[in-house]
Design a protein around this ligand. Structure first.
Ligand code: AMP
Length: 434
């Protein structure tokens, strides 16, 4: 009798591939990743940010509360799972809610304020994969949390993103900036938006028709073609901002002018996540806006902490996305070459000397010497071919005779000249010769 396939049972795979929208980071891209990592970490250190890493899994309702039920990230894109214990957890679709949860749970408000926090890791969104849009991608999150809601912090966060792009040689980019107001001034703007969009209700997509009553600001972020067209004539918020929000925005611009970060004010820029207030921004590589989307984006989120059970806590943050930075670097022809490190090759001349070579390898590495080897290869010539492939000019060769004499051959592979050096002196000689 044929075995019945259980409901939801996965097909039996013979060949495996990575899941859709999730990618292997291969050795060829390692120099790009290293460059991004060192750049971002140096930037974090120079600006006084400390690393914080919340777990990849959080309770799903943290995101429902913080990012908003209506946001695409929560309503459509979150990977949710039920544990054996019955908890409903989500793979983080973004960093900010987890960082705020951690700030509250560990009473970081009792430490010096503001806390400058930095994270670097994978995030997950069940999005429609395409170039620059993946289901697993890597964010570098910078957040300034607590203290005052001083506009200088908004400018610092934006300036950090610009510094990272410049350090990666992505020098032609556009920073779009807006203020979406606060609890005082946004309700009036929302009403204005509602009345504008109501008169065009038939042209709206189904999502926007639904969101019109609950979250009209979201309509400005809709990617649907007909909603995008309507946005062009939608009222903008800048002349609806209250005095405090206007002053805050003006100061952000002045600080950016001061550090010579150019910007374009986009009166219709809003972000997909519910928690933003006042400053919002996105940065695009010139000529790649449609293709890649924003390279970095963020804004102020003064109300988030309150939404998840804390006190009102000023905060502002941004997240550049590593995969898009790499794509932008490649599209601009920015090559990252492997650093040429000073290395020596170690070879053995036959099986009995292999063990001794293995122990010499350990000793040299312990003294900080970078040694490349192919000890598993039998013949000396096969080993030296690897040295040639790796473009290493200096080799150590250990044979039976050398073991007996407690020495090793040091060969200049280009010139073919060689000399015998006592083992106890070899580390010093190599250091001088490399
Ligand atoms: P967001 O959390 O939506 O503000 O996104 C912050 C940054 O993450 C963006 O500016 C992108 O660089 C990156 N990003 C967002 N979504 C994706 C995605 N699906 N694939 C790759 N990178 C992404």
């Amino acid at each position: 009798m044929p075995i019945k396939k259980k409901k939801n049972q996965q097909p039996q795979r013979k060949n495996f591939q990575s899941p859709k929208g999730m990618h292997d980071s291969l050795p060829a891209d390692a120099p790009y990743w290293e460059k991004i990592e060192t750049t971002v970490k140096a930037c974090a250190r120079d600006h006084g940010f400390s690393r914080i890493e919340p777990p990849i899994l959080e309770f799903a309702d943290l995101y429902h509360k913080a990012s908003g039920e209506e946001s695409d990230v929560v309503s459509k894109e979150m990977y949710v799972l039920k544990t054996k214990g019955g908890d409903v957890l989500a793979l983080r679709p973004e960093y900010t809610p987890g960082i705020c949860r951690s700030y509250l749970e560990h009473h970081l408000s009792r430490h010096g304020q503001p806390q400058k926090l930095f994270s670097f890791g994978p995030v997950f969104r069940h999005d429609r994969p395409q170039l620059g849009r993946y289901r697993q991608f890597t964010q570098m999150d910078f957040d300034i949390v607590g203290g005052l809601n001083d506009p200088i912090y908004d400018a610092e966060i934006i300036s950090i993103c610009a510094e990272i792009l410049s350090a990666l040689k992505i020098n032609t980019f556009t920073l779009k900036l807006n203020s979406i107001g606060c609890r005082v001034c946004r309700p009036a703007y929302n009403r204005q938006l509602q009345s504008y969009y109501k008169s065009h209700e038939k042209e709206l997509c189904e999502d926007c028709k639904r969101r019109l009553a609950t979250n009209p600001l979201k309509l400005l972020d809709c990617k649907n073609e007909s909603c995008r067209k309507l946005k062009e004539k939608a009222p903008d918020i800048l002349n609806k901002l209250c005095v405090n929000c206007s002053a805050h925005f003006k100061s952000v611009l002045e600080y950016l002018d001061e550090v010579r970060v150019p910007y374009v004010i986009d009166h219709h820029l809003v972000r997909g996540l519910d928690y933003y207030s006042r400053t919002v921004f996105e940065i695009f590589a010139d000529g790649k806006e449609e293709e890649l989307g924003a390279l970095a984006s963020g804004g102020r989120y003064d109300y988030l902490m309150e939404t998840i059970g804390g006190h009102l806590t000023p905060a502002v943050g941004a997240a550049p996305g590593a995969e898009r930075l790499i794509a932008a670097m490649k599209s601009k022809g920015i090559m990252i070459s492997k650093k040429t490190q000073k290395r020596i090759f170690l070879a053995h001349a036959g099986e009995p000397s292999k063990k001794k070579a293995f122990s010499l390898l350990k000793d040299l590495r312990a003294q900080g010497i970078m040694v490349v080897e192919a000890l598993a290869k039998e013949s000396l010539s096969a080993q030296l071919k690897i040295a040639d492939k790796e473009k290493i000019g200096l080799a150590l060769i250990l044979g039976q005779k050398e073991i007996f004499e407690k020495s090793v051959i040091l060969r200049d592979l280009a010139a073919g000249a060689q000399e015998t050096i006592p083992l106890e002196k070899i580390a010093g000689v190599i250091k001088k010769r490399l």
